[in-house]
Write a protein that binds this ligand. Structure first.
Ligand code: LMR
Length: 398
């Protein structure tokens, strides 16, 4: 038999939680696993701006023919402006181009293959910890993956250790940085930290790959782009992976892009030719619908204003959930222990709970979070914060 020697790999550590949660019959269950935003009703709604754009598309779209290798040109132009800023000199100088990808994960996969194919010998440096799929995507592309420290054993951001390791990275290697809302920890660098990272990147001639999956969920749509724009302004070359899964709520439509910033317009065309070739061999051409929705929203002043309000509402709600959870933990004497929840940004909190405590939370209280102790704060509704705090207190005190 051909398949006899094939064994089973463990299920995905994050998506697998969705399945276990769905099967749990408890009416009290909490879904703090996969990074999906939920509203006060516990639903992940389609944004109103998205619905309106979809209605417009349904009326006006005339074809389902393939879109090109780089995807929808209008989408590419508008996403460049969203990420780099409408007045970015890179856009005037034609030094930045977006290649549409199936989600942010597709953009990471495309970057990995591009590095392996066009920049042979370069290692890739990831934060420790990072999103588990970063580890496998780059390793599967045949790249050497190494780590720089990010969070210490005290569950606090350790910038000094990060900078010290980056300062010894071999010249020319690729360093993956999280633009905002670091996944899984929620700890973000300050502007001063970013400037120090930039100096090392420049000094070591590193190629930054900035993963920008949560624009708008940290401090705001423009504010979250600060580091990306600093790097784009200060360095000649840069890779940025952007995702529309969270901020447009287009999770299942798979919309993302790989933005390349190059030294000049001609070099950008060279790099983009390689990306189109690699993408053709991965997924041929990207899916159209979600990117057409994004282009419709960003290309229309009214829809864009509505969308910005909706993103801001999600952001503010997540911030409120963070402070609400802290308040609910206070009567248990846990304010200090979990103070970091108020400092972290975006959906995720690296709670500092151990794998055993996470297991106990799941088995005893039907609270689902990633084994690393990562909780999706956006997955809880405010009326149940006390219940969640009681469960956390139970495993902390047992
Ligand atoms: C997460 O980390 O939960 C999200 O980025 C969703 C995913 O694909 O893992």
């Amino acid at each position: 038999m051909h398949f006899t020697a094939i064994d089973r790999v463990p299920g995905d550590p994050i998506l697998g939680l969705m399945e276990s949660y769905a099967k749990d019959p408890s009416p009290q269950k909490f879904d703090l696993g996969v990074g999906v935003y939920k509203d006060a009703q516990g639903l992940t709604p389609i944004l109103r701006s998205v619905k309106l754009a979809e209605q417009r598309l349904a009326d006006q779209q005339t074809t389902k023919t393939y879109i090109g290798g780089h995807g929808d040109a209008a989408f590419g132009k508008l996403i460049n402006r969203l990420v780099l800023g409408a007045d970015s000199p890179l856009l005037r100088e034609r030094r930045a181009g977006a290649t549409q990808t199936p989600g942010g994960t597709g953009a990471l996969r495309l970057s990995a293959d591009f590095i392996a194919h066009s920049l042979p010998g370069r290692g890739v440096w990831l934060s420790n910890p990072t999103w588990p799929i970063h580890e496998t995507i780059f390793a599967k592309a045949g790249l050497k993956v190494s780590h720089y420290p990010y969070v210490g054993s005290d569950n606090r951001l350790d910038v000094a250790a990060m900078l010290a390791t980056l300062a010894s990275v071999p010249k020319g290697d690729v360093v993956l940085l999280h633009a905002c809302c670091h996944n899984p920890t929620g700890f973000d660098l300050s502007q001063d930290d970013w400037r120090q990272v930039l100096e090392i990147v420049r000094e070591r001639e590193l190629l930054p790959l900035i993963d920008f999956a949560y624009q708008g969920f940290g401090d705001g749509l423009e504010q979250d782009a600060w580091a990306v724009r600093l790097f784009a302004a200060e360095l000649p070359e840069l890779l940025i992976t952007s995702s529309c899964s969270k901020n447009f709520g287009l999770y299942s439509d798979r919309v993302g892009s790989l933005i390349v910033c190059a030294g000049d317009a001609e070099k950008l065309l060279d790099v983009r030719s390689q990306l189109a070739f690699i993408a053709r061999n991965l997924w041929s051409t990207p899916p159209d619908h979600g990117a057409a929705v994004v282009a419709t929203i960003l290309g229309d002043a009214e829809l864009k204003a509505l969308w910005s309000e909706e993103v801001e509402a999600m952001r503010l709600r997540i911030a409120q959930l963070r402070s609400g959870l802290l308040e609910a933990l206070a009567p248990h004497g846990l304010s200090e222990r979990f103070a970091h929840i108020g400092v972290q940004r975006g959906m995720f909190s690296y709670t500092g709970l151990s794998a055993d405590q996470v297991k106990e939370l799941r088995e005893k209280h039907s609270v689902y979070m990633v084994n690393s102790g990562r909780a999706n704060v956006a997955g809880v509704d405010e009326t149940r914060l006390t219940l969640l705090a009681d469960a956390i207190a139970d495993v902390c005190h047992s």
